[in-house]
Design a protein around this ligand. Structure first.
Ligand code: HEC
Ligand code: HEC
Ligand code: HEC
Ligand code: HEC
Ligand code: HEC
Ligand code: HEC
Ligand code: HEC
Ligand code: HEC
Ligand code: HEC
Length: 427
């Protein structure tokens, strides 16, 4: 070990001499910090932190390697690493586990310090962290859990608003998934490792990654940033309700609220899942195959009857809007004016959307009421579309008549011309 260290130091020394010669003399290194200056010249993994640190928020704020690792960044330009990495000058080596949290928290939990350095940056990360499963397990000696640098990296830390940051919304899932999706790493725990895989197939991932909809949830939106805990059975709807407030409100007031609590069933999760939330459809409600209601309601019960009525109502409005959309398309392709039809159709679609949200009341009357309003708009659109198509037909008949007339006139003219011609030749 000692020999290897000596060899590396020797190499560093040779490199530093070579650099000094290249720069045209002793003692004029390119970097003001001996840590960066020397480490840059060493191979991986000792040089990697320098590259990562180049664009780090701390570096841009004027900090150096020694801010975290200690030591003397003014010493060691002669190639003597020991002078720079000197424990007497506070050098701590590579921190791990709780020492990392202490290191970051030294500044990030210091309200006065942060108010001066970066006003507005929250200072509650450490406190929240120790309420999370990660933090609690760390305190009990588990060093495989995430600490600050697991999610933020150690070198190359960026604000969460920077698209390059490991905690930017589009990158969070891969950051958490590095551990949670790694079966070997997580083998000591009694936890599934499919969250990343499932989430990647969800309607949420599609919205976030394909449509860049930053309003769609990734891991930390449901689990918290620093207080990463699984939302408990009774809290799932709170989590989903942040973004789907109407669904949550209806659910809370529905007969399922008390029933699910009694049975210990997770609210939204039972019908939609948690990680692999898929796009919904009317097939999910009702009494035919694929309907979620069938999991708990059998024929003859009130729930079963309600499911049937809700589905029939939704079907009637959906069928009508689909039919009118077809008519509008035909009229449009034939060159008719369909602005008004589209407007009424849009209105019907809005009622249909609201009726689908009202499914969460599980009250057929509420759904039917909304569907009726939609049917009024839908029928208006239908009448308008039929009128446009009718007008188009009339215009076409008119046009055909006109064409026949013109052809007739031309034929008559030709006959007359021929007559005149013949007469002239006879003369
Ligand atoms: C002249 C070259 C040189 C200078 C200057 C230097 N280092 Fe190092 N550093 C090394 C070498 C070589 C190693 C690998 C051998 C070792 O662990 O001692 C190393 C290792 C490290 C490690 C990893 C230690 C481990 O246990 O794996 C850290 C952290 C580190 N240096 C930080 C610093 C900091 C902070 C400074 C500035 C205060 C600094 N270094 C200055 C050459 C240097
Ligand atoms: C914001 C605090 C911070 C700063 C600044 C910092 N480090 Fe680190 N460094 C850490 C932490 C924390 C680790 C622990 C390992 C980890 O989590 O990756 C670490 C690990 C290391 C290691 C061990 C190998 C590795 O990559 O894990 C080396 C070598 C190292 N740092 C060198 C440097 C050098 C050189 C600089 C300056 C260019 C620097 N560090 C700046 C916090 C910091
Ligand atoms: C499990 C992953 C994880 C761990 C562990 C973690 N963070 Fe974070 N951190 C995040 C995420 C995700 C965000 C982004 C929040 C957002 O998008 O607004 C964040 C944001 C931040 C911010 C920006 C301000 C804020 O609070 O939103 C700071 C500063 C920060 N973290 C510091 C820390 C410190 C210090 C620790 C250790 C005590 C730590 N983090 C531990 C994931 C983590
Ligand atoms: C010496 C004090 C200090 C230490 C130690 C420190 N930080 Fe910071 N950190 C800051 C300051 C100051 C800023 C604000 C920099 C700026 O944007 O100008 C900052 C910014 C950040 C940000 C970006 C916040 C944002 O959204 O703007 C994150 C994330 C962060 N630090 C995480 C960490 C982690 C993780 C560690 C430990 C590995 C750590 N810090 C260690 C002082 C420190
Ligand atoms: C360094 C690896 C690592 C990273 C990165 C990481 N975790 Fe963890 N996480 C763990 C380990 C290990 C556990 C402990 C397993 C257990 O609870 O039994 C854990 C536990 C959890 C739990 C508690 C599970 C339970 O039911 O006990 C949740 C929730 C969680 N992590 C979410 C996240 C989220 C969200 C992120 C990203 C923002 C993240 N983790 C990043 C390693 C990691
Ligand atoms: C839309 C919200 C949501 C998103 C996004 C989400 N989770 Fe979850 N997660 C949950 C819910 C709800 C539970 C289950 C809680 C329960 O049943 O008690 C859960 C459970 C977990 C657990 C505990 C073990 C398990 O699978 O039941 C872990 C670990 C976890 N999630 C990690 C992640 C990771 C990593 C990501 C990102 C890839 C993520 N989650 C994204 C809502 C979410
Ligand atoms: C951070 C906000 C947010 C959270 C938290 C959230 N969602 Fe979503 N959800 C969205 C967005 C954005 C969409 C995409 C809307 C779209 O593309 O039509 C969506 C889509 C959906 C869809 C598909 C809607 C459709 O039209 O078929 C369902 C179902 C859904 N979420 C259920 C849930 C459940 C269940 C939870 C909790 C476990 C949850 N959501 C948590 C924002 C969120
Ligand atoms: C008993 C099953 C069940 C539960 C519990 C449930 N849903 Fe739904 N959800 C459905 C059905 C069925 C549909 C499809 C309605 C349709 O398209 O006809 C749906 C559709 C949705 C949609 C898309 C339609 C819309 O409203 O935009 C979202 C979003 C949604 N649910 C969120 C939630 C949330 C959030 C919770 C928890 C508060 C929840 N659901 C609880 C059955 C359920
Ligand atoms: C996870 C099981 C489960 C699912 C899935 C489920 N229900 Fe229920 N539902 C219940 C329970 C339990 C009750 C309470 C029954 C009781 O107390 O007698 C209930 C009650 C009802 C009631 C009130 C009946 C009454 O007797 O007052 C209606 C209406 C209802 N459900 C409709 C639906 C519809 C519609 C769906 C599908 C979208 C559905 N349920 C899906 C378990 C479920």
């Amino acid at each position: 070990m000692r020999i290897r260290r000596l060899l590396v130091l020797l190499l560093a020394l040779v490199a530093s001499r070579a650099l000094a010669v290249e720069l045209g003399g002793e003692g004029t290194p390119a970097s003001a910090s001996s840590c960066e200056w020397c480490h840059e010249q060493l191979g991986d993994p000792l040089s990697k932190p320098v590259a990562g640190f180049r664009n780090d928020a701390h570096k841009r704020h004027g900090m150096s390697c020694a801010t975290c690792h200690g030591g003397d960044p003014g010493a060691g330009f002669d190639g003597d690493a020991a002078k720079a990495m000197d424990p007497r000058k506070g050098y701590i080596g590579v921190p791990a586990g709780r020492r990392i949290v202490e290191l970051c928290a030294r500044c990030h939990s210091d309200i006065v310090y942060m108010r001066n350095e970066k006003p507005g940056l929250p200072t509650d990360q450490e406190r929240l962290y120790y309420t999370s499963v990660h933090g609690k397990r760390l305190l009990s000696g588990d060093t495989k859990v995430a600490v600050c640098s697991s999610c933020h990296q150690a070198h190359g830390i960026l604000p969460a608003t920077d698209p390059e940051s490991s905690v930017y919304p589009t990158r969070v899932a891969e950051t958490c998934g590095r551990c949670h999706g790694d079966r070997a790493y997580m083998s000591g725990y009694d936890l599934p490792t499919d969250q990343l895989e499932q989430w990647s197939r969800s309607v949420h991932a599609e919205a976030l990654l394909e449509r860049n909809d930053l309003g769609a949830p990734t891991c930390n939106d449901c689990h918290g940033n620093h207080g990463a805990v699984p939302p408990g059975v009774s809290h799932v709807s709170r989590v989903c309700g942040q973004c789907h407030p109407a669904n949550d409100e209806y659910f809370q007031a529905s007969p399922h609220k008390a029933a699910y609590a009694r049975l210990g069933i997770a609210e939204c999760e039972f019908c939609h899942g948690n990680h692999e939330v898929r796009r919904t459809s009317d097939e999910m409600v009702g009494t035919s195959e694929g309907a979620v209601c069938l999991a708990c309601h059998r024929g003859g019960s009130r729930g079963y009857q309600a499911a049937y009525e809700i589905r029939s109502a939704l079907d009637s409005l959906r069928t009508l809007t689909e039919k009118v959309a077809g008519l509008a398309g035909r009229a449009d392709r034939a060159g008719g004016f369909v602005e008004e039809v589209r407007f009424a159709l849009q209105e019907a679609a809005t009622f249909l959307k609201r009726a689908r949200t009202l499914v969460h009341t599980f009250d057929p009357d509420r759904v039917v009421e909304e569907v009726k309003l939609g049917l009024v708009s839908g029928r208006k659109a239908e009448a308008q579309a039929l009128q446009v198509l009718g007008e188009l037909r009339e215009r076409r008949i008119g046009l055909a008549g006109f064409l026949i007339l013109i052809v007739g006139v031309i034929a008559l003219l030709l006959v007359e011309i021929r007559k005149v011609d013949r007469k002239r030749r006879a003369d």
